[in-house]
Design a protein around this ligand. Structure first.
Ligand SMILES: Cc1cc2nc3c(=O)[nH]c(=O)nc-3n(C[C@H](O)[C@H](O)[C@H](O)COP(=O)(O)OP(=O)(O)OC[C@H]3O[C@@H](n4cnc5c(N)ncnc54)[C@H](O)[C@@H]3O)c2cc1C
Length: 452
């Protein structure tokens, strides 16, 4: 069905830290004739087991007390100092973390389990997944010391082996993926060689560069795209440089084999995006941007981050607008680079604005970046399912793809990721409560109609 550009766009509530219901977004978009007559139930796509677990997990996350307890348990489990918090020694802890955290937020422990999870998601209508290997390195300390800088020049077989193991993890992850999927790469996972070079602002060490080139070449041959995750601010400047070097090398023929992540909560984000656009345009490579708000607000220096959540929302939406409409710097430049924009967000208002703008531009025949959306596994299923509905109705070549971000690995390997999820969910009690309510309604509909 064609979408009318003359449709009325409903006024939305002001963005804020609180949960924004997706209903106004859904209401603003046209629907096929038969769905206009009935109440849409996007969550009907979810298996009942997922609805039940999501209801339990989001209900727990909406309680500040339960949230604090689970955060404290996860923090201790990441670096256990006694058997009580050691998942290898405490079977009850292992069972609880698996049932209420791992199964909700992670993809599986083996490639076979992961592939089953991925095909389930594709059957639901997702264009693909973004897969990440859960093993991570936790960084302690501040900026690089002279010792770090010297260290970065003299590594032994141990550090080189860590890079090899990290690369093997990426290749194993790639083996679970097919054409259209994404591989998410956390460069700090490569160990001290990566960390010291990042802290010292050096170019990518040779073993790391060789590993990345191998991964990019294999990904490209499989039709998989990659992105570098954004990390703490003290490393991010160098991650940007590494990502640009990789895009320059691998993003040819209109495909962003590599993308960089831009954190819109940073005051410097708009200038950073402009620099990316200008470099891609001058040097003739395809620009891949994954746009996020930013996950390190509790640890990054506060002065680098926008003063208010509303400033972050405005910055995120303005960068998205500029990239979608090829209008950076504002007023436009003659040759805007081919751009692929991945909006990684759970914010319904940002999703609605981007989708509306993209549709209007496509219909008007105006230039437009390739647009894709993604949410984390176990979170924002209401936003994802609405997007599946809306994007599913538009099957043209410009229809935005919808993706889920999955982390895989053993329970122990994924504990750091799960702890970060719990930290991030700390300020989202209201949103978790809304989602628990939506899951409860969905469950009630199934009970009433006896359809499970
Ligand atoms: C698929 C996917 C991939 C991701 N990858 C990364 C990644 O590589 N690196 C990374 O850092 N994050 C990543 N994130 C997390 C992301 O940065 C956000 O933390 C998270 O998605 C919540 O933001 P939101 O856009 O969903 O919107 P909302 O939940 O509406 O916004 C919350 C965000 O607003 C910002 N904010 C909140 N309060 C304030 C305040 N007082 N002042 C300024 N800003 C404030 C923070 O960034 C906070 O996370 C990813 C998220 C997704 C969905």
């Amino acid at each position: 069905m064609r979408v009318s550009t003359a449709r009325k766009i409903v006024a939305l509530p002001k963005q804020g830290a609180d949960y924004l219901p997706l209903e106004p977004f859904a209401a603003s978009l046209p629907r096929p004739a038969q769905t206009q007559r009935q109440q849409p139930r996007p969550l009907a796509k979810l298996p009942t087991s997922v609805v039940l677990r999501s209801l339990a997990v989001n209900y727990a996350m909406s309680s500040p007390l339960l949230n604090s307890v689970s955060m404290a348990v996860l923090r201790r489990a990441v670096h256990p100092t006694n058997a009580l918090f050691d998942t290898a020694k405490n079977p009850l802890l292992r069972f609880l973390l698996r049932a209420f955290a791992y199964d909700q937020f992670c993809a599986g422990m083996s490639p076979g389990m992961v592939q089953r999870r991925i095909s389930g998601l594709k059957d639901m209508g997702y264009r693909g997944v973004i897969l990440c290997y859960g093993k991570e390195t936790v960084i302690k300390g501040g900026a690089a010391s002279t010792q770090d800088k010297i260290k970065s020049l003299m590594y032994g077989p141990q550090e080189t082996l860590m890079v090899e193991q990290w690369k093997d993890g990426l290749l194993k992850t790639l083996s679970c993926l097919g054409a259209g999927d994404f591989l998410a790469i956390k460069v700090t996972g490569a160990g001290p060689m990566a960390l010291d070079a990042l802290k010292a602002g050096e170019s990518m060490p040779a073993p790391l560069q060789a590993a990345m080139d191998e991964v990019c070449a294999l990904a490209s041959s499989q039709g998989v795209r990659c992105w570098l995750d954004a990390e703490q601010a003290m490393l991010q400047g160098t991650i940007d440089e590494w990502a640009i070097a990789l895009m320059r090398k691998h993003n040819k023929h209109g495909v962003a084999v590599m993308s960089n992540t831009i954190q819109a909560y940073l005051k410097a984000a708009p200038a950073n995006v402009k620099r990316h656009v200008e470099l891609a345009s001058e040097e003739g490579w395809t620009l891949g941007i994954k746009l996020v708000r930013g996950a390190y607000i509790d640890t990054d220096p506060r002065h680098l981050i926008h003063d208010t959540a509303q400033d972050t929302h405005n910055c995120f939406d303005e960068i998205a607008r500029g990239l979608i409409s090829c209008d950076i710097p504002e007023g436009g430049q003659a040759t805007f680079p081919t751009t692929q924009l991945f909006m990684a967000t759970h914010n319904a208002e940002s999703v609605r604005k981007a989708l509306t703008l993209q549709r209007e531009r496509v219909e008007a025949g105006q230039p437009c970046a390739l647009l894709e959306f993604g949410q984390l596994q176990g979170m924002a299923d209401d936003v994802s399912c609405e997007l599946l509905e809306e994007c599913g109705h538009n099957s043209g070549p410009n229809a935005p793809g919808v993706y889920k971000y999955l982390t895989w690995g053993t329970l122990t390997e994924c504990l750091g990721y799960l702890y970060r999820r719990s930290l991030e969910n700390k300020g989202m009690a209201a949103r978790a409560g809304e989602l628990a309510g939506a899951m409860g309604n969905e469950l009630w509909q199934r009970v009433k109609t006896l359809k499970f």
